[in-house]
Unconditional design. Sequence first.
Length: 179
Amino acid sequence: MLMFHRRITLPARKAQDRAAPKAFAKGYFYLGLALLAAFGLQAGNDWRWTWLAELQADNFYKQLSGFALITYLAHQWHCPVLRNRGLMRKACSIFNRHKLIGSLAPVFFYAHSQVLGYAYLQILSLVYFAIFLTGLFNFETTRISKPWFQSLWITVHVGLSTGLLFLLGYHIFTSYAYQ
């Protein structure tokens, strides 16, 4: 059985409505870059907050911050799931929130861990930050409107996000298996 998807077009917006997303887009972009720079600065200089390191060494805190990170990621999956289900209007209504909350990725990571880790944990961390970077440097902020770039960008962003789910599942399994 063949299924055809109908492209949904949204009603035209007024000029003042179109101006707000551009300013908003720059806001989430610069916020994300600032948070990434702060994380990179502390990681590059091997700086640690001792009070946070002590919290992160506590098993209960590890589980609590891990649950907060999973909740954050589940929230970020809400927008693409709506799009996949064909609920484009609802997805479009939360898209700006998806971008803004996505720009907070370094904060959620830092609350869970101050380091990238080793072996598979480093791969998990790098994939997490690659998703974050592809989210920041989307076709809206890069202003590349070529169809090939949009297709490549969404494939990489969603592909990495899907891969992260498998890495995250492995991380959760090993975390509980070796306690």
